[in-house]
Write a new protein. Structure first.
Length: 352
């Protein structure tokens, strides 16, 4: 009698069997499958037998090089690529990734990109990479409140360095970040020297680590100068049309300057000004954050906070290699100072 085809053998092509597929068939977690392969003594005999049956049935073949993560160097550094909406780009992270790759290359390493979806299956992608490639460690980015990656990697003694702070919970591991609060505070200081007293902030919804940090910098700088903040703070998602709507009440309330948490939000503010027949930089000044290529192309060119992405990439590689060389070293955390790039959007204001 012919053997029944397995799911991964159908449709005329052989689909690669993954550790996650084995876990699903055996009814266990990916970590349990990893333990069955690398540390079978950690499992109960019945669990181990069930996992081994699933491995045999699916024909799974683990990459043995991954089992020597802590004892051999592959010169590979894992970096997860997050999904982005269609027809969008992230020039800030593009710049970081270029700096990261170049610095890794200078150190004799290569960046191994892999897809990591948002949500509960995100850690499965990290587990699968550990089980199929011999990476030396990971660089993380886009850290958030309650981010599970740092404690998950630390628990497994996997080296990592993060571009972005741990925004909640116990601090774990090494990280480098840009001082967003210092950036928005610099924007406020610049505007105060221009004579502004009604300085509004257009930011992201509360709960975003980087967004809250930038809002804090604006608020503290305003309070240092005794300027009111009540009614001068609006929140929206990082979208031009949404920010166009959100900026309206700030302008209608008489703001003479708007500090935006991103260049995208600043573009929305430009459009809200145009809706009212006002000119950015002359009637109301605007500053952004991230200094994207669009900042230089706007009319007038946008004053924006630029981040030291090259330094961030270099520091991430340095921190990771130091952690690989000495797993027991004290954690290192660095805040890098951004810089305000002044352009015409904040220098041509005419006082009423």
């Amino acid at each position: 009698m012919a053997r029944a085809q397995l799911p991964h053998e159908r449709a005329g092509t052989a689909q690669k069997v993954t550790l996650v597929m084995v876990a699903h068939r055996a009814g266990v977690s990916p970590q349990t499958v990893s333990n069955a392969i690398n540390s079978p003594n950690l499992l109960r005999p019945d669990t181990l037998q069930r996992v081994r049956r699933a491995i045999d049935a699916l024909g799974y073949r683990p990459h043995r090089a991954a089992q020597s993560l802590r004892t051999r160097s592959s010169k590979l550094i894992g970096y997860a690529i997050k999904p982005v909406p269609p027809d969008t780009s992230n020039p800030v992270m593009d710049g970081f990734l270029h700096a990261l790759s170049q610095t890794a290359d200078d150190s004799g390493h290569r960046i191994l990109l892999f897809a990591a979806p948002d949500g509960p299956t995100e850690l499965d992608a990290y587990q699968e990479l550990l089980d199929t490639y011999s990476v030396d460690g990971f660089v993380l980015s886009g850290t958030t409140h309650g981010d599970p990656r740092q404690p998950w990697l630390a628990k497994r003694s996997v080296p990592f360095a993060a571009f972005g702070r741990m925004w909640s919970g116990r601090q774990v591991g090494d990280w480098v970040d840009v001082d967003g609060a210092a950036g928005t505070a610099a924007a406020v200081e610049h505007l105060v020297t221009q004579g502004h007293k009604k300085i509004a902030f257009l930011g992201w919804p509360r709960g975003s680590g980087a967004g809250d940090d930038r809002a804090t910098g604006w608020k503290r700088a305003m309070q240092r100068h005794g300027l009111p903040v009540r009614g001068r703070h609006a929140e929206t998602f990082d979208d031009v049309e949404l920010s166009r709507v959100a900026a309206g009440p700030l302008l209608d309330a008489g703001a003479t300057a708007v500090v935006a948490a991103s260049d995208t939000l600043a573009v929305g503010c430009y459009r809200a000004l145009a809706d009212r027949g006002l000119t950015p930089g002359e009637d109301v000044v605007v500053t952004g954050f991230d200094d994207t290529p669009a900042a230089r192309l706007l009319t007038p060119p946008l004053t924006s906070v630029t981040q030291p992405l090259g330094a961030a990439g270099r520091e991430c590689v340095r921190l990771l290699l130091a952690r690989i060389a000495d797993p027991d070293r004290e954690p290192e955390r660095l805040l890098l100072a951004p810089e305000l790039v002044v352009r015409a959007s904040s220098t041509a204001w005419t006082r009423a």
